[in-house]
Design a protein around this ligand. Structure first.
Ligand code: FFO
Ligand code: GTP
Ligand code: K
Ligand code: MG
Length: 461
């Protein structure tokens, strides 16, 4: 495909040592030649591909010097976009890099839209949609593990899996056609239906396996939203500070210290947590505190995990019991804090309310119990260690939704094949499954969706 030539600043905004302005498109080299002067005096158009050149950028008419740069020359198709690419490495000042961008825009390039370089890599067939989406995941990855998931997807691991399933579906459809068109025996139906069921089952179970990795994949990608709740003064803010190893939240012995929601990201054994400290939940006359309590109840709704904190030096109160009731149907862990103080809390009571959920004891004052808590959190979602060899987790919400749809349609096909539903109806379900899986890799997908996906990228990517 032939496009116009785009340009953008590909490094983060602000001051840095070096900044890059990237050009891609059929005119990239010609535009660079208009504004680049090197000591060698040779035109870039005459230079070998994949070479880097020292020189100056100058105004095309006045030859006034604009910047001193290093320029990388990369001719397609062996480039990020498969088009001709020129990268101008300039000094990393805000003014400098903008000057360079303006210069190439004045000389024929168009300002790129967010994600447009990666979009071209997709449209020119270097990567498929799931690989392109992985590029964005990679940039946003907050932990090593999340980055590995993205790298694997970028490498095409998910694409290959999806490709294999679609191939099986196509072969099944082809076989159905053959059976119908060239019936060597009269028992076409008897041959065709079991084959659809067998192949359909193969595909269904593979999809199910992918879906099973998706909860973990999503956690690695988006972080586990973890809300700390408990009565005032039990040590919620102390717990946040211990987990992030920083004194971020205010801790005092005054009940009702935390009034606003405090959010912090922390990496617990490879699991990224978005930790949320909340106002202690209790009946209160204080207006500000009451608003805080109300907010605590709201953030609870969106939590993936709840840490319910109790005070070891006080008997279980009615408010504690109400908190247990609130989180009953959610993922939660109980943290019994202040074990350094004389115990008034009956652990039997706690176990009864916790209904089999883990109960961890801590003394945040003495820095005890944090290890066990971290272990319990990681164990809850990853059964101990996160798998590091086979990182083909599905992590993207769009992909997960499509996998669920694909599973439903292939199940329809299997079900229909086992009953007296006409073969052509079953073909429709199998074909639909093939299409839905195709949307994951961008093979069968609406242009508007493609535009929308790439627009979420950063500028210059
Ligand atoms: N300066 C710079 N650094 C960068 C990038 C970039 O665009 N510019 N990248 C941008 O994200 C990443 C590197 N990603 C890239 C991916 C593919 C190709 C590429 O040219 N692929 C070709 C040919 C490979 C080959 O030589 O065999 C291909 O796949 O056909 C280049 C960069 C990270 N670092
Ligand atoms: N003895 C003892 N004191 C602790 C422990 N953990 C926290 N504290 C103290 O308990 C008090 C309350 O701690 P916070 O972390 O502010 O409690 P909170 O649950 O956030 O309180 P609110 O925000 O007011 O609801 C502070 O004085 C802490 O130093 C512990 O393990 N042992
Ligand atoms: K407090
Ligand atoms: Mg607090």
């Amino acid at each position: 495909m032939e496009f116009d030539t785009i340009a953008a600043i590909s490094t983060p905004p602000g001051e840095g040592a070096i900044a890059i302005v990237r050009l891609s498109g059929p005119e990239a080299v010609a535009i660079a030649d208009k504004v680049f002067q090197s000591p060698s005096t040779k035109l870039l158009g005459e230079q070998k591909s994949h070479t880097i050149h020292y020189g100056h950028l100058v105004e095309s008419d006045s030859k006034e010097v604009v910047e001193e740069v290093m320029l990388s020359l990369m001719r397609g198709p062996k480039t990020f976009t498969r088009e001709d690419v020129v990268e101008i490495n300039c000094h990393g000042g805000v003014v400098s890099v903008n000057r360079v961008l303006q210069l190439v825009l004045r000389n024929g390039a168009r300002l790129a839209e967010p994600g447009e370089f990666t979009k071209r890599a997709f449209l020119n067939g270097r990567i498929d949609l799931s690989q392109a989406e992985a590029v964005m995941d990679l940039i946003r990855a907050k932990t090593d593990k999340a980055m590995n998931v993205a790298l694997n997807q970028m490498d095409g691991k998910l694409s290959r899996l999806i490709g294999k399933l679609r191939q099986t579906l196509l072969e099944t459809l082809a076989q159905v056609e053959v059976n119908i068109d060239y019936p060597e025996y009269d028992d076409v139906e008897e041959m065709t239906r079991p084959m659809i069921i067998q192949k359909g089952e193969e595909v269904r179970s593979a999809i199910e396996q992918l879906i099973q990795t998706s909860l973990q994949g999503k956690i690695l990608r988006d972080g586990l939203s973890t809300v700390i709740i408990g009565r005032p003064n039990v040590g919620k803010s102390s717990l946040l500070n211990s987990l992030i190893q920083e004194n971020k939240a205010i801790v005092t012995d005054i009940a009702g210290t935390t009034r606003d929601i405090i959010e912090e990201y922390v990496n617990v054994r490879g699991v990224p947590l978005k930790l949320v400290d909340t106002a202690g939940i209790r009946e209160t006359e204080d207006l500000v505190e009451r608003i805080g309590v109300e907010r605590s109840r709201q953030v609870l709704q969106q939590a993936d995990l709840i840490l319910l904190v109790l005070n070891h030096s006080e008997a279980l109160s009615e408010e504690d019991a109400r908190l247990f009731e609130t989180v009953k149907h959610m993922n939660y862990l109980v943290v019994v804090n202040k074990t350094d103080l004389p115990g008034k809390l009956s652990m039997e009571d706690v176990q009864k309310h916790a209904e089999g959920k883990s109960v961890i004891t801590t003394s945040l004052l003495l820095e005890e119990g944090i290890d066990q808590l971290e272990e319990a959190i990681a164990g809850m979602f990853f059964g101990g260690e996160i798998e590091s060899t086979d990182m083909s987790y599905v992590s993207n919400a769009r992909h997960i939704a499509l996998l669920h749809q694909a599973k439903a349609t292939i199940e329809d096909a299997i079900e229909a094949a086992g009953h007296d539903i006409p073969i052509d109806m079953i073909q429709i379900d199998v074909t639909r499954t093939w299409e839905i899986l195709g949307e994951i890799i961008g093979d069968t997908v609406e242009e508007s969706l493609i535009d929308q996906l790439f627009s979420q990228f950063c500028l210059g990517k």
